[in-house]
Design a protein around this ligand. Structure first.
Ligand SMILES: [Ca+2]
Length: 440
C-alpha cells in the first residue's frame, strides 16, 4: 500500500484500529468447520464496516497445532487447513484494495518439532543444524541441564533419547527453542520475514519476543522471592537467565532493521514485563519494536484507582519517542472481570477514554465481553477458541455460540479491536450504544 502519513506526520498504526482475527474460528468457507483465509476475505465487508484500519491474523503457517498454530512447521507457507499462498495473496490484495492493512503473527522464539530444521537438528549431534536449537547434556548426576521451567510448568528440557542430549523449550515440548546466538538462525528467520514483507504484509506481531535469547552459560534461575504457594509452578523461579536478557535488544534491532527495509511497516512485540523493563523494548533510540505490548490492564485489580495509577506510571516511563499501547485481553486471558464487575468500579469504556485522553493508544482486546457485559459462558467460549490443541472443540463451541457461521473472534465490532485512538473511542462508544443485542 502507498505510504500515507497523517496531516500531523503520524503513521497509520498511530491513528487507526487493528482488528485481531483468530482465523481458525473466524469464518469457514469450504464446509469443513474450520475458519480459513477465503472465509476472512469473505468477511471483509463486515470488517471494513467496523471502521478498523488493519487486521492482525493469528498464525496461518503449516502446524501440527499442538499450540494453536504457535508451533510452526514452515515459516514460508500457509497451512492447507487455512488455504493456500494464492488465497493469502488474494486476501492481501482485497484488503489493500479497501485500504485495510494486514499484520501477521510471527513466532521467532521456537518452531514445531516437525519443522525440517528441528528434524535435521535432532537427527545427530553432528548435523549442521544441531546448533540451530538449544541442546545440552544433562547434569553430571543426571537430570536436565538446569532448573529452567517451561511457561506451562515442569522442566523446560526434554531428553532426546536417540542422541542422549536435552533440548530446551520455553513452551511445550513440541516447541523447541531456536538458538538465536547462531547467525544462521537469525538470517533464516530474517529471510522468512522478508518472504512475507515482500508479498506486502504490513507488519508482524512477534510472539514472546522477550524470551528469544537465553543465558549463554545456562545458569540456574534463582528462586522468586514473591512466589506464593497457590501460583503456577513456573512462577516459583525468577526467569532472569531464560528471559529478558540484555542481548535481546540487539536481536530485536536486527528484526526492526529487516522491517524497515520496507516502507511503512509495523513491528509489535508480545512482552510480559513491568513497565520499567518493558519500555526498554522501544530501543535506546527507537530501534526496538514500534509497539511493545503493555499488558497492565489484563493483570490489574479492576478499579479506577489502580488503573489510573497504572496509566500515570506507564506514561512517565515511556521514552519521548515511545508510542503508548494498552492491551485489554489476550488469547489466554478473559475480559470477564469487567463483565462481572459491579458498576461502581471503573467501566472499560471510561478506562478507554482515560487511556486515550492525552494521545492515541493501542489496544489488543476483546472489548465486547467487557463493555457489553456478555455472559461469562460466552466469554469462556471465545477463550476456548484459542486453547492449545482445541481446534475442533473451538469450532463446535463457535457453532453453538453463533448458531450459524463459524465466526467466533469477530462476534462483535468491539471484541478484537486493536488500536484505540480518540476517533475510535468515539466510534466505538456510539457503536456500542447502537448495537445492544449480543451475537451469542
Ligand atoms: Ca475451512
Amino acid at each position: 500500500m502507498p505510504q500515507q502519513a497523517g496531516p500531523d506526520g503520524s503513521r497509520w498504526w498511530q491513528r487507526g484500529a487493528i482488528y485481531h482475527v483468530y482465523v481458525q474460528p473466524f469464518q469457514d468457507s469450504n464446509g469443513d468447520g474450520i475458519g480459513d483465509l477465503p472465509g476472512v476475505a469473505r468477511r471483509l465487508d463486515y470488517i471494513e464496516s467496523l471502521g478498523v484500519d488493519a487486521i492482525w491474523l493469528s498464525p496461518i503457517y503449516p502446524s501440527p497445532m499442538a499450540d494453536s498454530g504457535y508451533d510452526v512447521a514452515d515459516y514460508k507457507a500457509v497451512s492447507p487447513v487455512f488455504g493456500t499462498l494464492a488465497d493469502f495473496d488474494a486476501l492481501l490484495r482485497r484488503a489493500h484494495g479497501r485500504g485495510l492493512r494486514v499484520i501477521l503473527d510471527f513466532v521467532p522464539n521456537h518452531t514445531s518439532v516437525e519443522h525440517p530444521w528441528f528434524v535435521e537438528s535432532r537427527s545427530s549431534v553432528d548435523n549442521p543444524k544441531r546448533d540451530w536449537y538449544i541442546w545440552s547434556n544433562g547434569r553430571p548426576g543426571g537430570g536436565p541441564p538446569n532448573n529452567w521451567l517451561s511457561n506451562f510448568g515442569g522442566s523446560a528440557w526434554t531428553l532426546d533419547e536417540r542422541t542422549g542430549q536435552y533440548y530446551y523449550h520455553a513452551v511445550l515440548r513440541q516447541q523447541p527453542d531456536l538458538n538465536w546466538r547462531n547467525p544462521a538462525v537469525r538470517e533464516a528467520v530474517h529471510d522468512a520475514m522478508r518472504f512475507w514483507l515482500s508479498r506486502g504484509v504490513d507488519g508482524f506481531r512477534m510472539n514472546v519476543i522477550w524470551q528469544v535469547i537465553k543465558d549463554e552459560q545456562l545458569r540456574d534461575n534463582p528462586p522468586n522471592p514473591s512466589y506464593l504457594p497457590h501460583e503456577p509452578e513456573q512462577h516459583r523461579l525468577s526467569a532472569v537467565y531464560s528471559t529478558d536478557r540484555p542481548e535481546v535488544h540487539r536481536i530485536i534491532a536486527e528484526m526492526r532493521a529487516v522491517v524497515d527495509e520496507y516502507p511503512d511497516r509495523l513491528l509489535i512485540g508480545e512482552i510480559y514485563l513491568p513497565v520499567e523493563r518493558l519500555v526498554a523494548y522501544y530501543g535506546d533510540g527507537g530501534e526496538g519494536v514500534h509497539l511493545p505490548f503493555n499488558f497492565q490492564l489484563v493483570l490489574l485489580p479492576w478499579d479506577a484507582r489502580h488503573i489510573d495509577q497504572a496509566i500515570q506510571r506507564y506514561e512517565q516511563a515511556l521514552p519521548p519517542f515511545g508510542w503508548p499501547n494498552w492491551v485489554w485481553a489476550t488469547t489466554t486471558s478473559r475480559a470477564s472481570r469487567p463483565a462481572s464487575a459491579p458498576s461502581r468500579r471503573a467501566s472499560p469504556r471510561c478506562c478507554c477514554s482515560r487511556c486515550a485522553e492525552r494521545q492515541p493508544s493501542t489496544m489488543a482486546t476483546r472489548l465486547a465481553c467487557a463493555i457489553r457485559r456478555c455472559r461469562p459462558s460466552a466469554c469462556a467460549t471465545r477463550s476456548s477458541g484459542t486453547c492449545r490443541g482445541g481446534g475442533s472443540a473451538a469450532t463446535r463451541s463457535a457453532r453453538r455460540c453463533s448458531g450459524m457461521d463459524v465466526r467466533l473472534t469477530p462476534a462483535s465490532p468491539m471484541e478484537s479491536l486493536g488500536c484505540l485512538s480518540p476517533r475510535i473511542t468515539r466510534w466505538s462508544t456510539s457503536r456500542a450504544r447502537r448495537k445492544t443485542r449480543l451475537p451469542c
